[in-house]
Design a binder for this molecule. Structure first.
Ligand SMILES: [Zn+2]
Length: 68
């Protein structure tokens, strides 16, 4: 179930953000990932393992026309 995560990926988290949106965009890759909430643009830093643990699925990439 673990997909390789790339910049611009849209991922769906198991628990929605405080604003009610559960989709986040990956805006920075590194030891920690920076995720931006699609709903309110709030940015959060999260450990890579934690992201894998908390994400439900990858919805696609905003730089691609079709989700994969
Ligand atoms: Zn939000």
């Amino acid at each position: 179930m673990v997909n390789k995560l790339e910049l611009g990926d849209i991922i769906v988290m198991k628990k929605p953000h405080a604003c009610g949106e559960s989709r986040f965009e990956i805006v920075r890759l590194g030891v920690d990932l920076k995720l931006k909430c699609i709903g309110c643009s709030h940015e959060i830093m999260m450990d890579r393992l934690e992201v894998y643990k908390k994400m439900k699925k990858k919805e696609g990439n905003k730089n691609e026309k079709t989700a994969q």
